[in-house]
Design a protein around this ligand. Structure first.
Ligand SMILES: [Zn+2]
Length: 341
């Protein structure tokens, strides 16, 4: 077993930690974001969690606002400083989200998938960027008072020989520590040029990292929506694999890319931050299929799904018509009656 430590524990003086300590008035909910359990879907990304050894207990301490001296005196100067900073927009720019401790654990160095992984990506850079993307897309910025980014304290990516593709789970000791199990066999089987291999690894890990940070309506969120949000982030990061298609058959909560494209439609229709609002609502309350969408977007989800299907059909027709006109201009296709009137 090889364990590579890739990031440092957030410093007590880390601005993000300071901000959260000072500005977050809510007590921490009992239920943190939880990796979704197995879903009945045959879609490709997650497989049911399997028993695994939890990583050793972390020696990290929760982020504290100030030094021992300050606590002894009963005055937290860091918090005071942050309150001042939060009132000046310019200074807010350098405040960042808390970064989790990132670890890479390789359980089989001789597996062909291990060499492909190590050749294709710089895991340290990739994971740091992916975490930042997930935080930005789900929570915008630490100064955004409309969202609440959970303090995921560590993420351990475990490359091992297993079936399926990947899954995410909390540890038995503490749900703030997450494990992403990633199949070496799957990595070894990824076809295509090196960029495709890197994109697929990046895409799968980005999807799984969303599970480390998203809310799940206290365990009541439909699995399809959990998976859809994860693939929406992957989509927004430009990491959609070549086989993904916008499909409007079936239900809205088929999950994965089917739901991801639907969420992207909602993001365009109702404005930037719509998926963030969905995620925030999943933090605050249990999922009620009748009320959730009407309260948030003014319509039942079934109607939104129909609107989405119509929009996709209209756009497809537009592309077909435009393609036909182009071919007719090039005199490859004869002009139709309809096109001459
Ligand atoms: Zn997933």
């Amino acid at each position: 077993m090889t364990i590579v430590e890739m990031n440092t524990t957030p410093s007590p003086n880390h601005p993000g930690a300071m901000f959260e300590s000072a500005e977050e008035p809510m007590s921490r909910p009992d239920e943190g974001p939880v990796a979704p359990g197995p879903t009945p879907s045959a879609l490709p990304v997650s497989v049911p969690p399997q028993p695994s050894n939890p990583p050793p207990p972390s020696s990290e301490k929760p982020n504290a606002g100030g030094s021992d001296k300050e606590e002894e005196d009963g005055v937290d100067f860091n918090r005071l400083k942050l309150r001042l900073r939060s009132r000046t927009g310019e200074l807010m720019k350098d405040i960042e989200f808390d970064k989790p401790k990132l670890r890479l654990e390789i359980r089989d160095l001789h597996h062909a998938g291990t060499a492909k992984f190590l050749d294709a990506v710089n895991a340290s850079t990739l994971l740091s960027r992916a975490v930042a993307n997930v935080q930005r897309l789900l929570y915008h910025s630490p100064s955004d008072s409309t969202t609440y980014c959970p303090r995921t304290r560590s993420v351990t990516v475990i490359l091992r020989d297993m079936g399926g593709v990947a899954y995410t789970t909390g540890t038995e000791l503490d749900d703030d520590h997450k494990e992403i199990h990633f199949s070496l066999g799957y990595i070894n089987g990824i076809q295509g040029p090196p960029e495709r291999l890197a994109d697929e690894i990046n895409g799968v890990l980005t999807h799984e990292l969303v599970h480390c940070y998203q809310w799940n309506a206290k365990g009541t969120c439909p699995g399809g929506l959990v998976e859809g949000i994860a693939d929406w982030v992957r989509l927004r990061c430009g990491l959609s694999p070549p086989h993904w298609r916008q499909e409007t058959t079936g239900e809205w909560d088929r999950g994965y890319q089917h739901t991801a494209y639907f969420l992207d439609y909602l993001e365009h229709r109702f404005g930037d931050g719509t998926v963030r609002r969905i995620n925030e609502k999943l933090r605050l309350q249990k999922y009620d299929p009748k009320l959730f969408w009407t309260e948030l977007l003014g319509r039942p989800v079934e109607q939104l799904w129909e609107d989405y299907a119509s929009s996709v059909a209209e756009r497809s027709k537009h592309y077909v018509d435009a393609g036909r006109e182009r071919l007719q201009r090039m005199e490859i296709l004869p002009e139709t009656e309809e096109s001459t009137t």
